[in-house]
Structures are given as structure tokens and as C-alpha cells.
Design a protein around this ligand. Structure first.
Ligand SMILES: Nc1ncnc2c1ncn2[C@@H]1O[C@H](COP(=O)(O)OP(=O)(O)O)[C@@H](O)[C@H]1O
Ligand SMILES: [Mg+2]
Length: 265
């Protein structure tokens, strides 16, 4: 038996889907459309780190630090206290307020990486968890750079003992190309989806890839519950094709993906 150190995400039933957790040092892509649960999932991962005494860094590009703290609070995760206790640093890349030690003023990958390393130094030596929520913000105006930037982040942060979630989102209107860059460098891919069935929004997750892991290959229905956070309801009992995108959208995505690959330096 090969023994691998795994970091629990902290969502009941999810860790068993990936044989106990994410292998230490991995870069895992968390992708999906808006509102599918990527941030909530990432909050669990970060909070579990606090509970286990890991150094935790959470980079937020789409919500303010306050919004992240409030959202976590709804699931009984006290991020404000963790920050005060020096266990966690939330890097705010949205508000970019001058004078705030932990915000970055420009959405550049180099600036981000420098800030993350500074935060790691501050938190101290030892096992660490990093969430970048999301990477998409860094290539909003240049999607063709997605792959290069993701690779840069991985290469530059390799030696810092992080286990990392790289969140990326694809909007159907802007094509799935936004997610592809991250997926190319990822040791694991966790994909979130949504569909409306019987007039009700349903959410799903599927572990599409997890190196060195005999992971479950079924799609699971999930839910987000006030006071608790993400829960796994059970195998969805439907195939990936059941909630596939319309042909026309798929065609658009294919085109954009091809274009993005051609343009990647
Ligand atoms: N306190 C709560 N109780 C129940 N559901 C919530 C609560 N807070 C957020 N949600 C659900 O979580 C969704 C946001 O999920 P999020 O992880 O932020 O999505 P994204 O994939 O865009 O990051 C909301 O649209 C809502 O459905
Ligand atoms: Mg989000």
C-alpha cells in the first residue's frame, strides 16, 4: 500500500469520494458555472485547515473579504476569528484598498504570487492551504493567457508547502475556455454543475481527475444548507449527458477552446 498524506476538505461524505482527501501539495482545479457552489466548497476546505492547524490563505477576487467572512459565518465558520488569531489571511483582490496590507492593487499574476508568499511567511512555516477564488479574474481580458498563468502559479508556488484550490468559472456566454487553462496544470479537477429539474435548481459535483487517488467516478447531487454549508445528497443517478449543454453551445465552446489553444504562447 502506498501511503499518501491527504488533506480533508471537511465536507461530510465528500472526503470519502476522494479516498480521504486531497494529496498534500496538489493543485486542484475547481470549476463550474456561477452559483454552483465553488466558493462554498472552498470555504469548507479553508475552514478545515483552520481546524487542523494548517496555515490558510484565501484569495478572493470576485467578492470582498467582508462578503467571504459573512458567507462563512452562515455555515458557522468563524473566519474573522481565524484571521485575528493569525491562522488565516484573506487576500482581497476585489476592493484593492490602498493601505490594506492584504489586498492587491492590480490583478497581475506576479503581484498575486508575491502577496501569497508574503502571507505564507507571515503565517509561518508548515503545512498550508491556499485557495485562489477565482483565477478567472486574472485573465478576464485575455483568456488566451489562462494556461500560461495557471502554469506560472503552479511553478512559482511549488516549494511553499501549499495544497491549492484554483477556482475557475466558465460562463456559457463567454465559452468554457476560461476553465481550460487551469485544468491543464491541475493534479485534480472537481467540476460543479447545475440544472433545473421539475422547476427546481439542482447542483452536482463530479471528481473528473485526482492523481494518485482511486476516486469515485459518479456524479453526486449536492445541496447548500443554511447553518451547515455543502452537503452531499448521493449519486445523481443520471449520466453526464443528461445535463449536457445544447449542441449549439458546445459548438461555440469548441471553437473558443481551439482559438484559445492557438493563441496560447
Ligand atoms: N446561508 C445559505 N443557506 C443556503 N444556501 C446558501 C446560503 N448562502 C449561500 N447559499 C447558496 O449558495 C449559492 C452560492 O454558491 P457559491 O459557492 O458562492 O457559488 P459559486 O460557484 O459562484 O462560487 C447561492 O446562490 C445560494 O444558493
Ligand atoms: Mg464564487
Amino acid at each position: 500500500m502506498v501511503s499518501i498524506e491527504r488533506l480533508k476538505v471537511g465536507i461530510k461524505e465528500f472526503d470519502s469520494i476522494i479516498a480521504g482527501g486531497i494529496p498534500r501539495g496538489f493543485f486542484v482545479a475547481v470549476t463550474g458555472e456561477p452559483g454552483t457552489g465553488k466558493t462554498v466548497f472552498s470555504l469548507h476546505f479553508a475552514w478545515q485547515g483552520v481546524l487542523e492547524g494548517d496555515r490558510v490563505i484565501y484569495v478572493t477576487t470576485e467578492e470582498s473579504r467582508e462578503s467571504i467572512i459573512r458567507q462563512a459565518q452562515m455555515f458557522k465558520m468563524d473566519f474573522a476569528k481565524a484571521v485575528n488569531d493569525g491562522k488565516m489571511i484573506i487576500i482581497d483582490a476585489l476592493m484593492r484598498s490602498k493601505g490594506d496590507e492584504w489586498s492587491i492593487e492590480e490583478l497581475e499574476v506576479e503581484t498575486l504570487v508575491e502577496k501569497v508568499i508574503e502571507a505564507k511567511r507571515k503565517l509561518g512555516y508548515g503545512r498550508a492551504r491556499l485557495v485562489i477564488d477565482s483565477m478567472s479574474a486574472f485573465w478576464l481580458d485575455k483568456p488566451a493567457m489562462a494556461r500560461k498563468y495557471s502554469y506560472m502559479v503552479k511553478r512559482l508556488l511549488y516549494r511553499w508547502d501549499f495544497t491549492t484550490l484554483l477556482v475557475s468559472q466558465y460562463a456559457i456566454t463567454t465559452s468554457e475556455a476560461f476553465g481550460f487553462g487551469v485544468e491543464h496544470v491541475a493534479d485534480g479537477i472537481i467540476r460543479f454543475r447545475k440544472s433545473v429539474k421539475g422547476g427546481v435548481l439542482r447542483r452536482y459535483l463530479l471528481v473528473e481527475k485526482m492523481r494518485q487517488t482511486p476516486h469515485d467516478t459518479r456524479m453526486y447531487e449536492i445541496d447548500i444548507v443554511d447553518g451547515t454549508g455543502m452537503i452531499i445528497k448521493g449519486p445523481a443517478g443520471i449520466t453526464k449527458e443528461d445535463i449536457a449543454l445544447p449542441e449549439k453551445v458546445k459548438e461555440e465552446i469548441k471553437k473558443a477552446k481551439k482559438k484559445s489553444e492557438e493563441e496560447t504562447p
